[in-house]
Design a protein. Structure first.
Lengths: 102, 179, 634, 472, 492
């Protein structure tokens, strides 16, 4: 295999994962949270594919492909929810979306 | 030489990946974030190619950049100014804890990788031409992972139905006026 | 014979049940007659049993009869059993005989009371309990009778339950008796532990070996029994309930608090003499306490103004004599005095009852006076009783008291000390007795008496008067049963059960008799001087020694001391426990815990801010911690 | 088989009542009373056929419930449990009769809960399987909770919470102990090895549940409120019967199965029970209301029973068992009387009561009779029992018996205070002149209890002779 | 290129999944053509039939399968564990049909609602059979996505949307963690199949495996709503339509816990000493957090949500024990618990419809006497949740405690006992509110809806299961034993 070893990819994927997590944890806009979640899933995908390469095994890639679909599905639902919430004239701010609490 | 080129590409892709990732998280305008995500996905696709996952890379670009992000952009456009939400503000407890937690998870795994880097992570399997090709993927999808393949379609279908319900026309109950 | 003894026991019980169940269907008078008749049956049965025993050999006069097992636990088995022997028959005769007279008297005395039936039922219950006490063949059943007489006593003392004093007096009597019951029970535990049984035969046979003569165990057993005896017989220091018990109707006082129940202590000591003889110190203590009591009671009686209370104190003091007697081992003398005392004290009470009856329930002697002319027969009866009480020959009290004193004189140093106390007591007895007699019957008729006196056909109802007459006769002749140096019918009869002390003879006896006679006559004389007619002299003495008068009027401050030492502290302790332990610690502890939990809960629930980022953070933190721990462990 | 009938008969009655809401209160009450009396009659039949000589459980049944842990529906009656079942039947019949007569709201539900409670209680006494025992143990709690919570006095809500939380806290620890014991033995069969051992922790687990429910001092925080706020007939059953289940637990499980730990913990237990005896007596002496006196006297009496049990000798056990029956009858009668008094004066405050004896001879007679038996006047069956208990305690150490003797005196003090405060002296301000004597129905309910006590006083050996000694 | 061999497809084994999925399609399509008036009835009927049929199929499979085996290239397993869980899920679905039939929101979204309900059940049926990390992930997402939509299906109600959005965000975060964990496990062992993971563990990189295990545990714990991963639960349960909440509480818990058991026991037997202890800690946290927070709740739904968190603790307890007894305990517990959850939320739904307002302890006053059957059933459920007879959870708790005690963790049982004691307070609070408090004036804003026979029947069925599971425990325990018989429990 050319280039850096699998370990480097893994490090990348972990850092990416953490970045995505930070996005979810720090942002108040549900849209950006959704984007960050996509990043997290993609970080997982990167890890899967890196491992698949190391193992020479196709399963990881298949896994990654299904994850992509799932990510898309989640995005669809997330966006649908955001639109529905916005139609209720509620703020698009997760910190203010707190009618349910306690 | 080839080795150097691969390294170069890798470094470039990695930098793009991380910086676009950060950009997604840091832009206060979701529109820019969504655009940054495209960059992120694209650099991921490059890395997939380096990992000899051609089909995945292609799918990545098509599915994500082509469909998902576009959907995001539509919604952002639909929402207009509503979509912008400012930052959470100063370093609240939540923010600090968030950084700590995310950092901790990252560091843990990185440490594991570092510990293991010399042992087995370096020896990589020899793979043939077909590895990661559409043919192989298709073969796997229709043999070993037939069910997974089918399930993804169900998930997509459900998501579609859900999207219709959530984002679709307002129910008439609303127009009739609430009780 | 056994059947007769059982009949004697259960006949009053049957009357109780009948009256209780009949309720208002039975005539009031009939209820009284039923109760009296049932006691009469007991007396007749006792009499027959007595005759039967008389016909037997001296050593063949004891019989045990068991009906069923009352209580059992493992090897311990206690039957419903009665012991028929000279001692119990002696007591049965006294109890049922005097009881019969007093119950008959009560039919007249209580006539017209709103709850007459209840009264008669209680009375019969008492007779049953008392018979159970004296007939019981084992210590536990004795204790049962012991407690039940206390119960009946309680019920009768507060019979007029609308009166606060009566209710308080009843409770006091019961609680003090309960103290005695408790020590009694403790003694029994010790006996069970050592002997393993409670029937008299086994206990007395095994006791010397199982307890050991003079051993601590024997002393403790005797002390426990003595505690019971002191409480029941109103001896110092457990005596304070008796004067208060005079709140009950007069026949009650006559029956329970003079003739029978209060003498149960004497019976107990006589009955358990084999145990007491293993602990002579305790037995002597009984004598000493008896002597103390007779002096204390005699002194306090001097200043009492309630006719019944005076007699009550005299009862205490006479029982003190009996305790001196049994304490010194002169059981026959003690029991003899018990019998004669039953006669004359019942007589006194009943005569007093006639007076009270005639004066519309007035008991304060300061409002009486000059009644001799108005109630001549009553006066005569009262006089007979007083003479017997003061031990003037040939009245009954003389012989029995003298027997005790001469036995004491024959019993060494301690005996002499007790003898001296007895002589002092004799003086006091004569003094307060005749004080009472003079104040009530002599002089001019008091204004109060003139106003309230209502004479019936014959000073009182006939039902009241004939028992008085019978008792008067007995008080005169009862003492002749046993004349020192001449014959000893009582001692002889009791001999199979209790050894009697040797009697003093010769010079000692004569000296003793003369001394006591002198003391009695001196007392009467002093009373004549002081109280023959209402005058200034007693008041002058009172002014001269105010502290003495006050002390005596406060009954030597026993009540106050007990109140301060026991009742008040326990009452305060109860309130303190309620306020500082029960409320805050026990009842509120859960509340406090709940409040604490609730506070924590509020905080826990408050973490649920509704902010989704916090939720995700919890997830992330959880993962971080989990992963760190996992990796460190791995 | 008979045991099963004894358990299921009242439960079946309860179910019928529960699902027959169309019954008029009268019909429901009559039916419930009939069931309660049938139970009593059946118990008498069982007792007549009982073989008192044999040690093992009798008239039982054994059907697998779940096999893997060897838990089964095992029931049967020992000679000692037979008496307690009888107590349950008598007290419940009285309670049902009283509830019927008083006319509770929603009578059908009310009485069906009482009957259900009876079935569960009988189950506790009859269970020969630890899990089954626990099932019945907890099943008692539910009807009690509802009975107090719905039909109780104004402070019922707080009282029920306390009652349930307290007792559950104890019984959950017992649950853990039961499981541990069963797993150790490989079976939950009480007649075989199950639950016998030397584990202190398991013993303490059992003891926790029993100590709370009995209650042993100082675990009685639930007691005053529960006894005060319950309807009188529920209080009667609660203090008369339910508390006995705890004493039964000590008697039949905790002490005989764990002799070693019981021996080790005897002194602390005796200390607590002795304190509880005196403490309860003192508080009863100062309690301001009728129920308070009865409640704290109940506490004292239960602690006395525990003294007898912890003495762990024949005399103590026999006395404790006899006293369990006695106290069950006594406190049932006293609580029903308290109810009768409160109905007339609409308060139980002693300062507002008094003088009720005048013109009410039946009330006075019944109350005094019960009261003097309660204070263990010598000659009563309560006296017989206390005598044995303290005799047993004396054998362990004289000090315990002395404390008990002190408590006898205190008992006289508080009981007479109660009797006097209700019946004697001046007529209390809350006592209306027109307040009636005990009605025939009340007499019909309470008198049997008192008659049973009197009968036992004549012949306490009726019970003490019929204990095979299997326990000792 | 490799030789292509099409896998054999075990249609029978897939039948519970396929029946429900097919039903969903039918409903979805039919709702396009049917007039609105009959949509609801048709959808409900189809759903009920499908649930019954799928449940029957699962029962038949359970009866037929002596041993388990992987099917369709080992992607999922056909075994009794999965089949029992499918029966429970279908049962919960069937009860939910009865409960939700008259739910006001159903009028507009009739078709989609039933289709989503069926699909969710289908996804769970698939999920519980998952035999590799990929099917695990997909199954999880499958039913999660359905539940996101179901939660927010009343799109005009902001609480529902808020709940849906929160659920989605937290759920996706959890999925991402699960995914990353799966990736690490895959990397460490080179396999995604559970048995292969267990087999590959020995040679694999332990550290990766352990890190992955932690992440998988979090992902599953999230779904089971175990503390500290539970925080979405109260909000989602409160915001979702009540019948959906009931379904989630019952079916999701069944699915998540069965899968947790399966994954941990089959894939990570070697790391037993790690995950058992971790689970024990999670159990304590769940018990503490759930019970304490429930104590101060006023809203009944929210209180029940916290109660479900505490029950997650009790349910994880036997898994933490890691022994066969624990497996039995878990499945037996789930039988009673799932029925009672649906039943409890059904009663809440009735009151909610009466009042047209969220149900609080205050406005429950008098309910017990107004509707004696429902009130009595609710009382039974509450007593049952405490762990009192005559509800099956009583035995479930005994088994759960027995499992940990057998493992030697008596302390854990004692912790359970203590928090059970605390839980009494709030469970009993419901009974108190229903039966013991005087009725407040004018609370019934929603009028008095006609008696809902279907709902009552569902509640009755819950009661039957709750009580029946105690009375006829032995067969059910045998079933539970059979279901876990093949699992390689790490602790003896």
């Amino acid at each position: 295999m050319l280039g850096p070893g699998v370990a480097a990819y893994l490090v990348l994927s972990v850092v990416l994962f953490a970045t995505g997590a930070l996005g979810v944890l720090l942002r108040r806009s549900p849209l950006i949270i959704l984007l960050a979640l996509e990043i997290m899933l993609n970080a997982g995908n990167l890890a899967l594919i890196a491992f698949a390469r190391r193992l020479g095994d196709g399963d990881g890639q298949i896994f990654a492909l299904t994850v992509m679909v799932v990510a898309a599905a989640e995005a669809v639902l997330g966006l649908g929810l955001i639109v529905a919430v916005s139609r209720q004239r509620a703020d698009l701010d997760v910190d203010r979306l707190t009618t349910l609490r306690g | 030489m080839e080795e150097f080129l691969v390294w170069l590409v890798w470094v470039a892709a990695a930098l793009a990946l991380l910086s676009s990732g950060l950009a997604v998280v840091l832009f206060s305008n979701p529109f820019y974030s969504a655009l940054a995500l495209i960059g992120n996905l694209a650099s991921l696709a490059v890395l997939y190619l380096l990992l000899e996952a051609e089909f995945v890379a292609a799918a990545q670009v098509l599915v994500y950049a082509g469909a998902v992000v576009v959907m995001f952009l539509f919604v952002i456009a639909y929402l207009g100014g509503q979509a912008d939400t400012a930052w959470a503000g100063g370093p609240t407890l939540q923010a600090v804890a968030a950084v700590v937690a995310a950092g901790a998870i990252a560091v843990e795994v990185v440490v594991v990788i570092a510990l293991k880097a010399d042992e087995r992570l370096s020896d990589t399997a020899e793979v043939g031409e077909a590895f990661g090709s559409p043919g192989q993927i298709g073969n796997l999808f229709l043999s070993d992972h037939l069910l997974a393949f089918e399930v993804t379609s169900i998930v997509l279908l459900v998501a579609a139905v859900g999207g219709v319900i959530l984002g679709g026309a307002m129910p008439r109950a609303r127009e009739r006026g609430e009780r | 014979m056994e059947a007769l003894a059982w009949t004697a026991l259960f006949s009053p019980a049957a009357a109780v049940v009948a009256i209780a169940l009949a309720g208002e269907r039975i005539d009031r008078f009939a209820a009284g007659v039923l109760a009296a008749a049932s006691t009469g049956v007991s007396f007749l049965c006792s009499l027959v049993v007595f005759v039967v025993l008389l016909g037997r050999e001296h050593d063949d006069r004891s019989e045990l009869s068991t009906l069923w097992t009352w209580l059992s636990a493992g090897d311990l088995e206690i039957g419903v059993e009665i012991l028929i022997d000279p001692l119990s028959v002696f007591m049965m005769l006294v109890v049922s005989g005097v009881g019969f007279l007093i119950l008959s008297y009560a039919v007249g005395y209580m006539h017209g009371d709103a709850e007459e039936r209840r009264y008669h039922a209680y009375k019969a219950l008492f007779v049953f309990s008392m018979l159970l006490l004296v007939q019981s063949g084992n210590l536990l059943l004795l204790l049962a009778g012991w407690g039940m007489v206390g119960l009946s006593s309680y019920l009768l003392i507060n019979f007029w339950h609308a009166r606060r004093e009566a209710v308080a007096a009843g409770k006091k009597a019961f609680v003090m008796n309960a103290i005695g019951d408790a020590t009694f029970a403790l003694a029994l535990f010790l006996v069970i532990q050592r002997v393993g049984a409670l029937d008299f035969e086994t206990v007395f046979a095994d006791a010397p070996e199982a307890l050991g003569e003079g051993s601590t165990v024997a002393v403790l057993v005797a002390l426990g029994l003595l505690g019971g005896a002191l409480a029941k017989s109103a001896q110092v220091p457990l005596h304070t309930w008796l004067p208060d018990a005079m709140e009950g109707p007069t026949p009650v006082s006559a029956l329970i608090h003079a003739a029978t129940m209060v003498t149960a202590g004497v019976y107990l000591i006589a009955r358990t003499s084999p145990l007491f003889e293993l602990a002579v110190d305790v037995q002597e203590l009984a004598g000493i306490l008896g002597a103390v009591t007779l002096l204390v009671a005699g002194l306090v009686a001097l200043v009492q103004t309630d006719i019944k209370r005076v007699i009550a104190y005299s009862t205490m003091s006479q029982i003190g004599y009996m305790f001196v007697g049994v304490g010194l081992g002169a059981y026959g003398a003690g029991l003899f005095h018990l019998m004669t005392h039953a006669f004359f004290k019942a007589l006194l009470f009943m005569a007093a009852g006639v007076v009270i009856h005639a004066l519309a329930d007035e008991q304060d002697i300061r409002r009486m006076g000059g009644l001799a002319r108005e109630l001549p027969w009553t006066f005569r009866a009262f006089l007979v009783g007083s003479l017997a009480l003061a031990a003037i020959p040939p009245f009954a009290g003389f012989f029995s008291k003298d027997a005790i004193l001469s036995s004491a004189a024959n019993a060494g140093t301690l005996g002499w000390i007790l003898w001296a106390a007895g002589i002092g007591g004799a003086f006091l007895t004569a003094l307060y007795t005749f004080r009472l007699l003079f104040v009530v019957f002599f002089g001019e008729i008091s204004p109060f008496a003139r106003e309230h006196l209502h004479r019936e056909r014959f000073e009182g109802p006939l039902a009241m008067m004939w028992p008085v007459a019978v008792l008067a006769v007995l008080s005169v002749v009862g003492g002749l049963l046993q004349i020192p140096g001449v014959w000893h019918a009582v001692d002889t009869w009791l001999e199979p059960v209790v050894e009697s002390a040797e009697e003093a003879t010769g010079i000692t006896a004569t000296f003793s008799i003369l001394a006591s006679l002198a003391a009695a006559l001196g007392g009467i004389a002093l009373a004549w001087v002081l109280y023959r007619r209402p005058g200034e002299r007693p008041a002058a003495i009172r002014r001269r020694y105010p502290w003495a008068a006050r002390t005596l009027e406060h009954k030597l401050y026993f009540d106050e001391a007990y109140d301060a030492a026991f009742y008040a502290p326990s009452s305060r302790l109860a309130l303190w426990l309620g306020r500082w332990i029960e409320e805050p610690l026990v009842l509120r502890s859960l509340g406090g815990l709940a409040t604490g939990v609730r506070d924590v809960s509020d905080r826990v629930a408050a973490t649920q801010t509704g902010g989704v980022r916090a939720y995700v953070l919890a997830l992330a933190m959880g993962l971080a911690v989990l992963a760190v721990v996992f990796l460190l462990v791995a | 088989m008979e045991t099963t009938v004894l358990i299921l008969l009242p439960v079946a009655g309860a179910v019928v009542l529960w699902f027959a809401p169309w019954l008029t209160p009268r019909a429901a009450g009559g039916f419930a009373l009939l069931v309660a009396l049938a139970e009593l009659a059946f118990w008498i039949g069982t007792a007549l056929n009982f073989d008192f000589g044999s040690p093992g459980p009798q008239a039982g049944a054994d059907r697998v419930w779940f096999a893997d842990l060897d838990v089964a529906y095992r029931v049967g009656l020992h000679d000692y449990s037979l008496w307690l079942v009888g107590l349950t039947a008598v007290a419940t019949a009285a309670a049902v009769g009283y509830g019927f007569w008083v006319g509770r709201e929603r009578a059908g539900v009310y009485l069906s809960l009482l009957l259900f409670l009876e079935g569960a209680t009988v189950g506790v006494f009859a269970a020969q399987d630890l899990v089954l025992f626990y099932v019945f143990w907890e099943a008692m709690l539910i009807p009690l909770y509802v009975l107090i919570g719905v039909w109780g006095g104004p402070g019922r809500l707080g009282a029920t919470v306390k009652f349930v939380v307290y007792t559950m806290a104890g019984s959950l620890l017992m649950l853990v102990a039961i499981i541990a014991a069963g797993l150790q033995a490989g079976t939950f069969d009480m007649t075989s090895a199950a639950g016998r051992g030397s584990s202190t922790w398991i013993f303490l687990g059992f003891a926790a549940a029993f100590a709370v429910k009995a209650p042993l001092f100082p675990f009685h925080g639930w007691l005053p409120d529960a006894y005060r706020e319950s309807p009188p007939e529920v209080a009667a059953v609660l203090s008369g019967v339910i508390s006995k289940t705890a004493a039964y637990g000590f008697l039949a499980i905790a002490i005989p199965f764990y002799p070693g730990p019981a021996e080790d913990w005897r002194v602390p237990a005796l200390v607590l029970a002795s304190i509880g005896l005196v403490y309860g007596s003192l508080l009863a002496f100062r309690a301001p209301d009728v129920r308070g006196v009865v409640a704290y006297s109940s506490l004292a009496q239960m602690n006395l029973i525990l003294i007898g049990l912890f003495a762990a000798n024949t005399s103590g056990y026999t006395g404790a068992l006899l006293q369990m029956v006695n106290h069950g009858l006594i406190s049932a009668a006293l609580f029903l009387l308290a109810g009768a008094i409160e109905r007339r004066a609409s308060t139980g405050q002693l300062v507002l009561l008094g003088g009720m004896a005048r013109g009410r001879p039946v009330l006075a007679t019944v109350l005094i009779t019960t009261g003097v038996i309660a204070l263990a006047v010598p000659g009563s069956s309560a006296f017989a029992a206390e005598f044995l208990v303290l005799n047993g305690a004396f054998a362990v150490g004289w000090g315990w018996a002395v404390v008990g003797a002190i408590a006898i005196v205190l008992a006289a003090m508080y009981m007479l205070r109660l009797v006097s405060a209700v019946l004697h002296e001046n007529v209390g301000s809350a006592v209306p002149a027109e307040a009636l004597d005990l009605r025939p129905a009340e007499v019909g309910v309470i008198a049997p209890l008192v008659v049973a006590l009197l009968a036992l006083s004549f012949w306490p050996a009726a019970i003490t002779d019929r204990l095979s000694g299997a326990l000792f | 290129m490799d030789e292509f061999t099409a896998p054999t497809i075990d249609w029978a084994a897939l039948s519970p999944v396929l029946i429900t999925l097919g039903g969903a399609s039918v409903v979805l399509l039919a709702s396009l053509f049917l007039p609105p008036g009959v949509r609801r009835g048709f959808g409900a009927a189809v759903a009920a039939v499908c649930f019954v049929a799928a449940g029957a199929a699962a029962v038949a499979l359970f009866a037929a399968d002596e041993t388990g085996r992987g099917i369709v290239s080992d992607a999922i397993r056909r075994d009794r564990l999965a089949e029992l869980a499918q029966v429970l899920v279908m049962g919960a679905g069937l009860l939910t049909v009865g409960v939700s039939y008259r739910e006001p929101d159903r009028v507009e979204r009739a078709g989609e609602y039933w289709a989503l309900l069926l699909t969710a059940a289908s996804g769970m049926a698939f999920f519980v059979a998952a035999n590799n990390l990929m099917t695990l992930f997909l199954g999880l997402e499958w039913f999660s996505i359905c539940l996101y939509v179901l939660t927010a299906i009343a799109v005009e109600r902001l609480p529902g949307l808020e709940a849906g959005l929160k659920y989605l965000i937290v759920g996706s975060f959890g999925s991402a963690i699960l995914l990353f964990g799966s990736a690490l496990v895959y990397g460490a062992t080179g396999a995604i199949g559970f048995e292969e993971i267990a087999a590959g563990t020995a040679e694999g990189e332990r550290l990766f495996l352990v890190a992955g295990l932690a992440m998988v545990l979090v992902g599953l714990g999230f779904k089971a709503s175990a503390a500290p991963f539970h925080m979405w639960t109260p909000d989602v349960y409160e915001g979702a339509p009540t019948p959906v909440t009931g379904f989630m509480a019952a079916a999701t818990k069944v699915a998540a816990l069965v899968v947790t058991l399966r994954v941990l026991v089959t894939a990570f037997p070697g790391e037993e000493e790690l995950w058992t202890v971790a689970l024990a800690v999670i159990v304590c946290a769940s018990l503490a957090w759930g019970n304490l927070a429930a104590l101060v709740q006023v809203s009944v739904k929210r209180m029940l949500a916290y109660s479900s968190i505490s029950h997650a603790g009790f349910l994880l307890m036997p898994i933490a024990a890691g022994n066969e007894l624990g497996g039995r305990a878990l499945l037996y517990y789930l039988i009673a618990y799932s029925a009672m959850s649906v039943g409890a939320f059904a009663v809440v739904a009735v009151r909610e419809r009466e009042l047209a307002a969220p149900v609080t302890l205050g406005n429950l006053a008098g309910f017990g006497w107004e509707r004696p059957f429902l009130g009595g059933s609710m009382a039974l459920f509450m007593f049952g949740f405490i762990g009192l007879p005559p509800a099956g959870i009583f035995l479930g708790k005994i088994y759960a405690f027995a499992a940990v005690i057998e493992r030697g963790w008596t302390w854990l049982a004692i912790v359970g006992a203590i928090f059970t004691a605390i839980s009494i307070y709030y469970y009993v609070g419901v009974i108190r509110a229903m039966f013991m408090q005087p009725r407040e004036l004018a609370v019934a804003a929603g009028g008095s809806p006609p008696p809902d026979r279907l709902l009552v029947a569902s509640v009755a069925a819950s009661v039957v299961v709750a009580v029946g599971s105690l009375l006829v425990a032995d067969p059910l325990i045998d079933i539970a034993r059979d279901a876990v018989a093949f699992l390689p429990f790490p602790v003896g």
